[in-house]
Design a protein around this ligand. Structure first.
Ligand code: ZN
Length: 500
């Protein structure tokens, strides 16, 4: 159910000046470090001690610069610490709690103990801290890392769910089709929680793997869903299938894309398909979130579906932008890597965490020109810095290729319906040279030659590697190849080089 006091806070936050937001963040940050992070997180307590930082030195957002950045590597298991993720979980014990918490926080607990007994106090602390829900980080090659939520964090997930619905301006009477895969991933549960928080009607199909795309389409059409939410690649597939099957999706008013970057041009491609399905003036939104944040952010509506930036919640997190090479904070509006610090997190907590996401145009602090909210906005122009986050940098023919760039390049070309990039060794001989093959299904088959040339040129220009071959397939064969309805995540990159 909606937590109305949160919505009041949210209404105030959207009108606060930057200075007021900063002073709120300073206050929250100070408390968070002194009363939660330092006393209860073994990883960060050690980090602070090792660098001679006293928690009392972190008084303002600017003081964050004293704290070294942490990365995904810090979370990964090591031979002597296979369960390293546990060191990031806030684990209060009665002694540290007594020492670390001020009277303002201890008195209510003492009162509770006196009136309701020690068991009530234990229950109250359990609701704040006990890891009771988990998701995993996803990556193409990196080890998945579990991230835990305490009931306190699940309440926050409902709060951000309600705020997402508000930023996107969704009508509370809308029926929502959630086609994210059922998985221990943030995207699915953020939508589920948004439904819980707002009372919107949500149908979660689990995506193509559970009911099949035809099953999904029939259910969405019968429900006359106004909002469709899912992974960009699957939403595109679903709508294209809807056109082929003659399904009526004319009720759709909103499409929300999440869990993956939205290639430039995809919003328009989705809009074109929706027009064929009889749905006009559809708003298409991008969202941004990641496992470690345990929350997501959205763009606001504009008539032309512009990329308005992701509207932040300044009371829940601080974002900084740093130079990815030096780790130094860059001036406002400059490009750099996003660094995340939560202000109200429990269970698994990261602090000054390098997201591995590179943002062009940084964070904007002036009021949004579209909705007028004064909350900061992360530029919609995000790419993943592969080596840091997903380790999805492949060495091809001696050149490092960023798979994210590759996905953006192919995903934004209007003539391409579906694609896959395959790496082989020439003649499958491990000692031979690498071969890069791009498989494509086109919108119009007559454009093969022109598209092959365009793709080769674009690869050379942007990735500095030219494909050896561009091969063409029919759409159905291509969908089977990438496992559109059988895999949790489409197989966009296949490394078929024999392991040496
Ligand atoms: Zn806005």
């Amino acid at each position: 159910m909606p937590r109305w006091h949160d919505m009041t806070t949210w209404r105030e936050l959207q009108r606060m000046s930057r200075r007021e937001q900063r002073s709120l963040q300073d206050r929250l940050l100070q408390r968070y470090v002194r009363e939660y992070l330092y006393p209860f997180s073994s990883f960060y307590r050690e980090l602070f001690d090792r660098h001679g930082i006293a928690p009392s030195q972190i008084r303002t957002v600017d003081d964050l610069r004293r704290v070294p950045l942490s990365t995904k590597r810090d979370l990964l298991p090591t031979p002597d610490d296979p369960q390293r993720f546990k060191r990031f979980i806030l684990q209060p014990d009665p002694a540290t709690l007594k020492a670390a918490w001020p009277l303002r926080k201890k008195l209510p607990l003492l009162w509770m103990k006196w009136t309701h007994g020690a068991a009530a106090v234990r229950q109250r602390l359990r609701e704040e801290f006990y890891p009771s829900f988990m998701t995993f980080t996803t990556g193409r090659s990196a080890e998945p890392v579990p991230f835990f939520y305490a009931p306190h964090d699940l309440a926050n997930l409902r709060t951000t769910g309600a705020r997402l619905v508000d930023v996107m301006g969704l009508h509370s009477e809308y029926r929502v089709a959630n086609v994210f895969p059922y998985a221990p991933h943030l995207a699915f549960w953020q939508v589920f929680s948004a439904g819980e928080a707002t009372g919107m009607m949500v149908l979660s199909t689990g995506g193509g793997k559970v009911m099949g795309s035809s099953g999904d389409l029939r259910a969405i059409s019968r429900l006359r869903a106004e909002a469709l939410i899912g992974v960009p690649g699957y939403i595109y597939h679903l709508l294209r299938r809807g056109v082929a099957d003659g399904i009526d999706l004319s009720a759709i008013k909103v499409v929300v894309l999440g869990a993956e970057r939205v290639p430039p041009g995809l919003k328009r491609k989705i809009g074109d398909l929706l027009a064929l399905l009889g749905a006009r003036d559809v708003r298409v939104f991008g969202t941004y979130g990641f496992t470690e944040a345990r929350m997501a952010f959205a763009e606001c509506p504009t008539p032309g579906n512009e990329y308005t930036g992701y509207h932040l919640y300044p009371d829940l997190a601080v974002f900084e932008v740093v130079d990815p090479k030096t780790g130094e904070v860059v001036p406002d509006g400059h490009d750099g890597e996003l660094v995340f610090t939560p202000l109200q997190a429990r269970a698994s907590c990261v602090f000054r965490y390098r997201t591995g996401d590179l943002v062009r145009g940084g964070i904007r602090y002036e009021p949004c020109p579209h909705c007028g909210r004064t909350v900061p906005r992360i530029s919609s122009d995000l790419t993943r810095e592969s080596s840091l986050k997903d380790l999805q940098l492949l060495k091809v023919k001696g050149t490092l290729v960023n798979l994210e760039d590759c996905a953006m390049l192919l995903g934004s070309m209007p003539e391409i319906e579906e694609w896959q990039v395959e790496l082989r060794k020439k003649d499958d001989d491990p000692l031979e040279v690498d071969e890069l093959i791009v498989h494509l299904a086109l919108r119009h088959d007559g454009e093969r030659e022109a598209t092959a040339t365009k793709v080769k040129e674009a690869f050379k220009g942007r990735l500095e590697v030219a494909p050896n071959r561009v091969e063409f397939l029919g759409l159905d064969a291509m969908l089977r190849k990438i496992g559109m309805e059988t895999e949790m995540k489409e197989k966009r990159f296949v490394d078929a080089r024999p392991k040496t």
